[in-house]
Design a protein around this ligand. Sequence first.
Ligand SMILES: [Zn+2]
Length: 512
Amino acid sequence: MIRFILFTFFLLTVTFESTAQEVHRCGTQPYKSPFLKKYQANPENYDTKSGELLMVPLTIHNVGNDAGFGYYNFNKLMDALCALNTDFEDADIQFYIEGDVIYHANSAYYTHTTFVEGANMMFENNIENTINNYIVSNPSGAAGYNLPYAGIAMGKSYMSPGNHTWAHEIGHNLSLPHPFLGWEGGVSHDGSVSHNFNNPAPEYVTYDYTVFQSEFFNDADTLIIDTAFVEYVDGSNCHIAADGFCDTSPCYLAASFDCDGDIFTNPTQTDPTGATFQSDASLFMDYSLDVCANRFSDEQIAAMRATLINEKPELLYDLVPPALVDAAPNQTMPLQDEVVPFDEVTFTWDAVPNATDYFIEVSRISDFSLIAHEEITSNTFATALDLQVEKDYYWRVKAFNKKSLCAPASETIKFETGDFVSDENVLLRNFSIYPTILKSGSNLNINWQGNSVNNWSIQIFNSAGVLVQEELNTDLTTNTSYEFNTTILTQGVYFVVINADEKTERSKFVIY
Ligand SMILES: [Zn+2]
């Protein structure tokens, strides 16, 4: 019998969320965390370190289908994170990508229809001491949701700048309820009782927070109902009603509502005393349309900061402010309208201050809506081996580090793949180096069959793209090998780059 109830319950949840998609952007269900209750009882007891920058690590789980299609484009992800940080600027809270983006080719994650599936996805893949964010195609029928004990699922079509769903879900993750807490199911927990906003609201409403218990799987078969006091317009019960914040004005609207500039066009509502009002549409945590929302309230900000400092201090292990990356890379190869060998196209650009990584995209379409090659690299070059012959392509590159992802992309450069292979364009025939893994202090042997070119240089770059050793004007024309002394290099990955007459050969080696 218990199993039957459980099944019925989740079926109802799915139905609710499917309906919700058209009017709600958020699948997060009503909940006030034990920490928030404790905090709101005595907020003056908590030092929120107001004005100090709090840097918060995010793990990004980029989910595609079983075939590996449908991943969220990394360029768009950078734009989304940049927009998220803009939304949190006034809170002095900023987010960064911790570790590498994790890719999951998993259709069951990509389109999941219940919180159980979403929770299992999170339990299996979460990285500790970060806020885990799963970017999927369909997060249980919602635009996004937060599971307080697990993480955030975001629908990729709700990630674009101008859409504040991610900020809203992270607000939930940092303890914030909806300002209309208690009205998620209307005046009753299951939406079964209709309410006319022209009539006075009841003194309290009920809400279902079964799935947001911290021990979700142990007690999800028991329906748990709580009550919320309805907030008065005069603010007299604001500390105990709805979300418990006094600077988030009353709102009973658990459905999208509009505004017109600063003018609220949402329905007039009536509080339990008969006083009428319209809701403030400017708060990210309400369901006002994205175009209306632009802020967290001061009390919401203080509560999020208190949550980080007191309840989730494990997230605050790297408070170093971002080293700003604000320039676009200067592209050096291929240049506009250049014709290059189709089988091996090498892209190069100049290093950008403070950048640790670069994202390069190659497309047949100038708006990059379809990607032929993409790559994240710590180098200032990349190679595409998979382009078609005699086609026009476009390429661009963006510089970033894990805390600074708002730099503009480079110019879009058009080039053409010629009907010839890279062998005709090589600097050195049969170019090779050995050993590719060598002991510190030993010599690197470079071998080739030379072309008659003068003004050679040999450069060694470390894995961060920094030039660490260089020999200029080396005469290689009469030799077929060269012994390169690596004594000054410490352990690590290096790239040897040989330049001559605007041609380049590259290879990688490791010193241990
Ligand atoms: Zn929400």
